[in-house]
Each structure stands twice: as C-alpha cells, then as structure tokens.
Design a protein around this ligand. Structure first.
Ligand SMILES: C[S@@+](CC[C@H](N)C(=O)[O-])C[C@H]1O[C@@H](n2cnc3c(N)ncnc32)[C@H](O)[C@@H]1O
Length: 267
C-alpha cells in the first residue's frame, strides 16, 4: 500500500485542531470543547468565515440535482459558513438558518443584510429541539453540525447511549419538520457504517442514499427521502459502502471534528 494512502477509521477522540492563518481560526485543545456553546460564541466573535469540510463548489452538483429553487430549506448550525449564501445565489430564496450560538446568529444576520439577502431568516435555536411546525420544510440540510454530537461518542461502533439519544432527538425533529416528501441532506465525513444504524431507525420513514465528494478523502453527502424508505433486502448500489481511503497530507490541512486514526494494523 502506498505510504500516504491508508485505510482509516474514525475514533472518538478529537484531532488536535489546526491553526488556519487564512481564517485566523484556532481549534480547541479537546474535541469535547465542541459541545460547549461558549466555545462557539467565543470563536465566532473573532472569526468571520470558516468552511467546515469543503466549500459549496465541491458539492454544488449534488445540491442542484436534489433541491428545487422553489424549495423551503432549513439549515442546521450555519455558523459563519457561506452555504446559505451559495444556495441563495443558486436561486433558492426560502431559507431559514439556525444556530445555537447567538454570536453566529447576529453576525450571520448582519452579513446577509449587508449583502442584500433579506429573505434569508436566521434564528437562534437548538437542533435538538426545533421550534418549527411539523411538515414545514421541503429540505433540511446540515454540514458538520451533527458531527459535533459525536465528539463524545466513545466507540464509534457502539456509541454511548447519551450520544445516541442526542442524535436521535435531532433526527426526530428533522423528520417531524420535513414535509411528507421532504429530504434531509447531511454532509459529513461520518462513514455509512456508522451513520446507517442511526438514520435507519425503524421509526423513520426515509430512505437513505449517499454520494461522495472531495479529492482523495471522500466526504459523504447523505440524502434521506421522507416517505421513501427502501426495502433493505433489495438495497441498490447507492446503499452499499464505498471503500474509504485518503491522503494523509489532506487530513493535516483540515479542521477535523474527529481524530482520524491511521490504522497501521492493516498494513
Ligand atoms: C462544525 S460547525 C459547522 C458550521 C457550518 N455548518 C459549516 O459547514 O461550516 C458546527 C456548528 O453547529 C453549531 N451548533 C452546535 N450545536 C448546535 C445545536 N445543538 N443546535 C444548533 N447549532 C449547533 C455551532 O454553533 C457551529 O456553528
């Protein structure tokens, strides 16, 4: 196996966060800090823009083939990302962003107003307790936000019950606020074998499929279609796992939520 390409598995600990001179962002000393709302308020008070995982250009084709311009969209945990602006530029105007951080919300509101994107609503809210009516959105989307819930998961094959209950509370809310034929898009590096058991809880009526994007390291673009649960006995290719590989040097340039452990055992 080439030296720079190894199989990976996520672990429960956090990658030491990298300084990013371009965005002036510095990660916390421990992954658990991502669960602390004060961390986000403090970070957003000095950081103007940081794009977790990849920017819009890398998955725009997937957005365009899954979201109509007439769709009502709820974005979970917008932070200071440009995702909502990019959706808007692509013609999607009915957008509501939420974030737990009041600083993120205030700064996003003024940024959007200064750019003239008045239709985009930004609301301080907890994704674990969504303050919206049932069946009110065509699309719910998140990028790296649910990953925060996994930082104290422990064994990723057998996450702690506390982690599972927070993830399921979030998914319950997303499923509830989606219209009967709505879709949930989750953009993450959480691999299908770890996400599928949660997404496929029997109480959810959605089907699960995913695409990957990114160079070398694959990020996952999950699409859960409400009311379209697939027959698991007849899963098509989209339901099967791709092999995961990555270039180690790419890992070192990213702001990761999880420590990504290079699995030397498999050499
Ligand atoms: C890893 S950042 C991702 C930001 C953005 N989605 C992006 O792609 O760059 C996680 C974001 O989720 C927010 N967040 C954390 N817990 C949350 C919760 N329970 N409800 C809503 N937002 C939350 C944080 O304030 C932060 O903005």
């Amino acid at each position: 196996m080439p030296e720079l390409i190894r199989r990976i598995k996520p672990s429960t600990a956090m990658e030491n966060q990298n300084s990013n001179p371009e965005t002036n962002s510095v990660g916390p000393p421990s992954a658990l800090t991502y669960l602390d709302p004060h961390y986000w308020d403090e970070r957003f008070s000095s950081e103007e823009h940081y794009e977790w995982f990849k920017d819009y250009s890398h998955f725009q084709h997937l957005i365009k083939s899954n979201i109509k311009t007439s769709s009502s969209v709820l974005e979970l945990g917008c932070g200071n990302s440009q995702l909502c602006e990019e959706l808007y530029k692509d013609g999607i105007v009915d957008i509501t962003c939420i974030d737990l951080s009041s600083v993120a919300v205030e700064k996003m509101q003024s940024r959007l107003l200064s750019k003239g994107y008045k239709e985009i609503k930004v609301v301080q809210a907890d994704m674990l307790d969504l303050p919206f009516d049932s069946e009110s959105f065509d699309v719910v989307i998140e990028k790296g936000t649910m990953d925060v819930l996994f930082v104290d998961a422990g064994d990723p094959w057998n996450p702690r019950p506390e982690t599972v209950s927070k993830v399921v509370a979030t998914l319950d809310g997303v499923h509830r606020v989606l219209k009967p034929d709505g879709i949930f898009i989750s953009i993450t590096f959480g691999q299908p074998h770890f996400r599928r058991p949660l997404f496929n809880d029997p109480k959810f009526t959605w089907s699960m499929e995913y695409n990957t994007f990114g160079d070398g390291f694959h990020y996952f673009f999950y699409i859960l279609r409400k009311g379209k649960r697939c027959n698991e006995e007849k899963e098509d290719e989209k339901c099967s796992d791709p092999s995961i590989s990555l270039y180690q040097d790419e890992l070192e340039g990213e702001d990761y939520l999880f420590r990504t452990r290079i699995d030397d055992d498999e050499d």
